[in-house]
Design a protein around this ligand. Structure first.
Ligand SMILES: [Zn+2]
Length: 269
């Protein structure tokens, strides 16, 4: 049985803090929606203020409350009644849940803001890559730097040596896959964005858990890819972005990576 609250967390956080992190996560999720929507277009994150993409009317602050505004407006713009994508409340809810899970799993430590940052990057990567088949440098490059710098924090579980090794192992492995697929398969199988995202995951998680994230991502991607071909939603030659699977692999590895690695290694003892 996997223990959700690790041994370092002797006093499980109070319900109040859990809910506070959930609410804070939803607010961050609201900002991530802006990143997801504007970054691929190269637009500023700060200006203009939130507006309806259909009628361009600026939103009141009370139409911008995570999830609740969506429910209250029944998924439609207050002014022009254009439908609001359900991706907005989904991202807010997902971010809130993951932030709550982070404090539940890692207790009150400096690792909580670090891992929250990693997950914010992963959420943006998932939704941008799924829609546009790109992963913005604006999230991966700062991710590599923040992940590495965080390894110098006191009692952070990943040493700076391991963080550096993570960048090289996870990023290097995908770089190798990219080179080999061009040489052997004569097609581009891995984008530069995937390589940089893997390097960022490596910086945050260290080489063991980031390598596991890549393996989990490849496994999830194959399962979904085969399923899509079987139900004929995709042709055999169509491209399925790897970023969302890699990001999901990283989230699994963040929470349960050490247990999964121990379980795997137990077969060889
Ligand atoms: Zn509108």
């Amino acid at each position: 049985m996997i223990n959700l609250c690790n041994t370092a967390c002797l006093n499980p956080p109070h319900t109040f803090f859990m809910l506070a992190f959930f609410g804070f996560g939803m607010l961050i999720g609201s900002f991530l929606n802006v990143c997801i929507y504007r970054m691929p277009k190269g637009e500023s994150l700060a200006f203009p203020a939130s507006h309806c993409p259909q009628c361009q009317t600026a939103l009141h602050f009370y139409d911008n409350i995570p999830v609740l505004s969506y429910l209250f407006l029944r998924g439609k713009c207050r002014f022009c009644k254009a439908p609001i994508s359900e991706q907005y409340p989904l991202v807010e809810l997902l971010t809130g849940l993951l932030f709550m899970l982070t404090v539940l799993r890692f207790g009150f430590s400096l690792s909580v803001p670090v891992y929250a940052t990693l997950q914010a990057i992963l959420i943006v990567a998932i939704f941008v890559d799924a829609a546009h088949m790109i992963i913005p440098d604006k999230i991966t490059i700062p991710g590599i730097i923040i992940g590495f710098l965080a390894s110098f924090l006191p009692r952070h579980p990943v040493s700076w040596q391991n963080s550096l090794l993570g960048i090289l192992v996870a990023g290097g492995f995908l770089y190798l896959v990219a080179v080999l697929s061009v040489v052997i398969l004569k097609k581009e199988g891995m984008g530069g964005g995937d390589i940089k995202l893997a390097a960022a995951i490596g910086a945050f998680l260290g080489w063991q858990r980031s390598f596991l994230a890549v393996m989990l991502g490849a496994f999830l991607g194959s399962v979904v890819g085969i399923a899509l071909i079987l139900i004929r939603r995709k042709g055999r030659k169509e491209y399925i972005p790897f970023g969302p699977f890699l990001a999901c692999g990283a989230i699994i590895s963040l929470y349960w990576g050490n247990e999964l690695i121990d379980w795997y290694l137990s077969f060889f003892r």
